[in-house]
Design a protein around this ligand. Structure first.
Ligand code: 13P
Ligand code: SF4
Length: 333
């Protein structure tokens, strides 16, 4: 197939090409992966069909760990841009593809590197902890990266008297401050999906399903976190649902996670909690939902769009990601 990338695709940020008629799309994607020694990594928030064809499905921490150890030549990241950047930083010699370059993240965007740099400079003597949902340039200003799967343990690995900056998610930062007793200085950022969950609707659903356990991602507002039975990363929430004897769960995170919950626990009931302005029952990340089988097929055919990180930024950013992976490994996370 021609590798010429049309200028209209460059403008769009993805390959707008119909899939050849009559092909078995999923089988073709798997065939291309084999032929090109490529792996597909998918986040739990992507469409269920993508999770089903991926080589690996996980939370942000597991996806970074998987990228760090893969022997594949090509990584196709079904997730958002910062996840692909993290893969590229960890694997500079591999080709990292993202099926749609528009897959941004409102949380990462809430923390532009130049403004974060000024914030860091305004707090001398502070170590800088950044959530993985940040651009490579913001990671380059960071001492250690965290995910929601290891934030508590990494914050606790610093001496109590060490002043800390935490960015960009103020909700996750407040939650970690509350459970660790720290007083980290917080950047004022948030995720547009997790900020939208409705407290009133959650209370109503709890009344309707008094036996249900409430599973909450720590990017949610404090008023939601207060109503949780379990707070954690997508992987932690999934694991709890799988191991618990409870039968009904109210799920307060992006609704893509319900695919794995339902798939691995077919007899249990998972109810997505809606956002404030709900016209439908669930709360979706429009960026994650830009990923599709068609775009994955095209990205593998054309080996585009790829994600690259300037060498000077990657050199500084890799230290903060490696530090996270080292601490996580030591703690068995
Ligand atoms: P997890 O690391 O828990 O999967 O979260 C990623 C994310 O983007 C949450 O909005
Ligand atoms: Fe970013 Fe929020 Fe989407 Fe997660 S759910 S990728 S934090 S915008």
């Amino acid at each position: 197939m021609s590798t010429k990338i049309k200028s209209s695709w460059k403008k769009l940020g993805y390959i707008d090409e119909p899939v050849p008629e009559g092909i078995d799309l999923k089988a073709e994607i798997r065939r291309l992966c084999q032929e090109k020694n490529a792996i597909i990594l998918a986040h739990y928030y992507t469409d269920g069909a993508l999770q089903d064809i991926a080589d690996f499905v996980g939370d942000s921490l597991a996806l970074a760990q998987q990228a760090a150890k893969t022997k594949a030549d090509i990584i196709v990241m079904c997730g958002v841009h910062f996840m692909a950047e993290t893969n590229k930083i960890l694997c500079p010699d591999k080709l990292v593809l993202i099926p749609d370059l528009n897959a941004s993240c409102s949380l990462a965007e809430s923390c532009p590197a130049e403004e974060f740099e000024a914030f860091v400079k305004a707090h001398p003597g502070h170590k800088v902890i950044s959530y993985v949902n940040t651009s490579a340039s913001t990671k380059a200003l960071t001492d250690v990266v965290v995910t929601s799967g290891n934030a508590q343990q990494i914050v606790e690995s610093f001496p109590k008297e060490q002043p800390l900056i935490f960015g960009p998610d103020k909700n996750l930062g407040s939650y970690i401050n509350a459970i660790t007793g720290r007083q980290m200085v917080l950047w004022d950022g948030a995720c547009h999906v997790h900020e939208r969950f409705s407290v009133e609707k959650l209370i109503e659903l709890k009344r309707e399903h008094p036996q249900a356990k409430v599973l909450v991602h720590p990017e949610c507002r404090g008023a939601i976190v207060k109503l949780a039975d379990v707070v954690g990363s997508t992987a932690k929430l999934l694991k709890f649902a799988q191991q618990s004897d409870d039968q009904t769960f109210l799920v307060v995170t992006e609704s893509g996670i319900l695919h794995q919950m339902q798939k691995s626990c077919p007899s249990k009931t998972f109810i997505p909690v809606p956002p404030d302005d709900a016209t439908c029952a669930c709360n979706e990340c429009s960026f994650m939902k830009l990923m599709s089988l068609q775009k994955v097929y095209n990205t593998l055919c054309y080996e585009w769009p790829s994600v690259n990180v300037p060498a000077d930024i990657a050199k500084r950013a890799v230290k903060s990601i490696d530090r996270m992976l080292e601490i996580s490994e030591k703690l068995g996370l």
